[in-house]
Design a protein around this ligand. Structure first.
Ligand code: PEP
Ligand code: MG
Length: 556
């Protein structure tokens, strides 16, 4: 029966498809004793599960071909390792259930591999994946991590961290719906990067039945369960019309009276470049370099590997501006080689620039890689540091850039309220500011960006956040420097006009949002943007701010 549920729409467009759930993180079967007479049945169950998983891995390998096939074939062999199977059977014979025996036998094998030096230690993640597949099969629950599917689907999850989603196949994911997360969570960012519709903070998302068809409206936040054929056709028709209208908007970002606001793309690596170019991005306003290394974060990336990745991005914008952020590790984006494992509150700990200052060799390598990657290219390279708290941080970063001989502008992200409050002093050390409104909201409101229950406080329309933005933009204007926004606030077309009115000089967002922002901006004057900004700041709530600004901008 058709039913409409409501969450927070965070990435435009409509997706219609079957629900597939992201499996829960780690499956640890209960360690209970089973009667001896059940052992043969449990051993048979274990063998069947192992054989089925091996066959499935092989079938996937055959489909994928190339390098992926070699990896999947190797995993299939691991699953059927005779010694491992013998250990599983021994454990069952002394009273383990099939799932617990598999879990424990793999743990023992894992410890051996991990101790056996570099090459074998690198296989541990593959071994864990095999174990998870077998245990999930035995327990009759979805496989942890990204769903196994050959058909496109709508991904449902509690929340999506970048590390979970590094392996998502963008050709299969039609859209996202999450139970947790706010408009600035990484689920939202990832959806915009992939250009797929998304709804976050939707109560009950994790309980939605697997396989049911849903229509997700990433603008309104509505999720229609089991929509009729007629509804599906109507939604598809509307989405196509909207897309065609947006495709007609092109050219640089500017207001109707010609005030220029460059529209830049947020990217996580070379794979995001084609979409940015297609949407007419005038450059890159935020290159999240840590995204390149999330799936293999045991060791710091080599200088050469970094040069290769950076060069691909820099070459794509020959005359444009590319703002690269140095590694922002920590909290929801841990990198083993930078992030302390035992912090009580990682969001407030040694993350972002702080961890780079504790590992100066990692920062030096990255800056040298950027210098080499940009050699001989006409690109305007800018480099910025995440999580700058004060002038001392800004100076340490600028010194490191100068020491590395980097021919680039150095900037600071404003993500911590102290940096907005003292923007002028930070600008004594760096040449530009870039507002990371996602973290700025998180820290200004003490509201974790991963937690759906506090999404209200993560709303970038909150007047207090607008005040912090205004303060930073004003400091930049007074010192003749630039101040962009690269947080998700820039991707809301109405808010983008307000940011322009607050004095922000460029807007950077997931590529898919660029046409929406360009189109809205081209319909309003700078004076209207300024009036909308003043009207929004005069209110006391996000909802009132949005309503007041929308009214000014629609000319009512
Ligand atoms: C931000 O905090 O607004 C930002 C752009 O950085 P990230 O989302 O990667 O933390
Ligand atoms: Mg941030």
């Amino acid at each position: 029966m058709t039913e409409t549920l409501q969450g927070v729409g965070v990435s435009h467009g409509v997706a219609i498809g079957q629900v597939r759930h992201m499996g829960t993180a780690v499956l640890e079967p209960e360690a209970k004793q089973i009667p001896t007479e059940d052992a043969p049945r449990e051993q048979a169950r274990a063998r069947q599960a192992v054989d089925a998983v091996a066959a499935d891995l092989q079938a996937r390998g055959n489909l994928a071909g190339g390098e992926a096939q070699a990896v999947l074939d190797a995993q299939a062999l691991m699953a059927q390792d005779p010694e491992l199977m013998a250990d599983v059977e021994r454990r069952i014979a002394v009273g383990s259930s099939a799932e617990r025996a598999v879990y424990d036998a793999f743990a023992a094998y894992r410890a051996l591999l991990a101790a056996a030096g570099d090459y074998l230690a690198g296989r541990v993640a593959d071994l864990d994946d095999v174990r998870n597949r077998i245990v999930a099969r035995l327990m009759g629950v979805p496989m942890p991590g990204v769903p196994d599917s050959d058909e496109p689907y709508v991904l449902f999850a509690r929340d999506l961290a970048p590390a979970d989603t590094a392996l998502l196949d963008p050709t299969l994911v039609l859209g996202f719906v999450t139970e947790e997360g706010g408009p600035t969570s990484h689920s939202a960012i990832l959806a915009r990067a992939l250009g797929v519709p998304a709804v976050v903070a939707m109560p009950g998302a994790t309980r939605m039945a697997e396989g049911v068809v849903v229509a997700v409206d990433g603008s309104s936040g509505a999720v229609i369960v089991d929509p009729s054929q007629e509804t599906q056709e109507r939604l598809r028709g509307e989405a196509a019309e909207r897309k065609a209208a947006l495709a007609a908007s092109s050219g640089p970002g500017q207001t109707s009276d010609g005030h220029r606001v460059p529209l830049l793309a947020n990217i996580g690596g070379p794979a995001d470049v084609p979409a940015a170019v297609e949407m007419g991005a005038e450059g890159v306003g935020l290159f999240r370099t840590e995204f390149l290394f999330l799936d293999d974060s045991k060791k710091a990336p080599s200088e050469d590997a970094q040069v290769e990745a950076y060069r691909k991005v820099l070459e794509a914008f020959p005359e444009g501006r590319v703002v690269v952020r140095v590694l922002d590790a920590g909290a929801d984006k841990p990198l083993d080689f930078l992030t302390p494992a035992d912090e009580p509150n990682p969001a407030l700990g040694v993350r972002g620039l702080r961890s780079l200052l504790e590992h100066p060799e990692v920062l030096r390598t990255q800056l040298r890689a950027l210098a080499r990657a940009s050699e001989g290219l006409p690109v305007h390279l800018e480099v910025m540091a995440p999580m700058v708290a004060d002038r001392q941080d800004a100076k340490a970063f600028a010194d490191a850039c100068r020491e590395a001989g980097l021919q680039a502008k150095f900037g600071a992200m404003v993500e911590i309220p102290s940096a907005a409050l003292r923007a002028r002093s930070i600008l004594q050390e760096v040449e530009f500011l870039s507002l990371g409104t996602n973290d700025l909201a998180q820290y200004a409101f003490a509201a974790d960006r991963q937690v759906g229950a506090v999404a209200r406080l993560q709303d970038p329309w909150q007047p207090a956040l607008l005040d912090l933005i205004a303060m930073s933009a004003e400091a930049a204007r007074a010192t003749g420097k630039s101040c962009g926004v690269c947080g998700e606030a820039a991707s809301d077309p109405v808010l983008a006009c307000v940011l322009t009115g607050l004095g922000v000089t460029s807007l950077s967002m997931g590529a898919a949002s660029i046409p929406y922002v360009r189109s809205k901006l081209s319909k309003v004057t700078l004076a209207q943007c300024e009036r909308a900004a003043a009207a929004a700041r005069a209110t006391d709530s996000a909802a009132d701010a949005r309503a007041a600004a929308s009214q000014v901008l629609s000319g009512e």
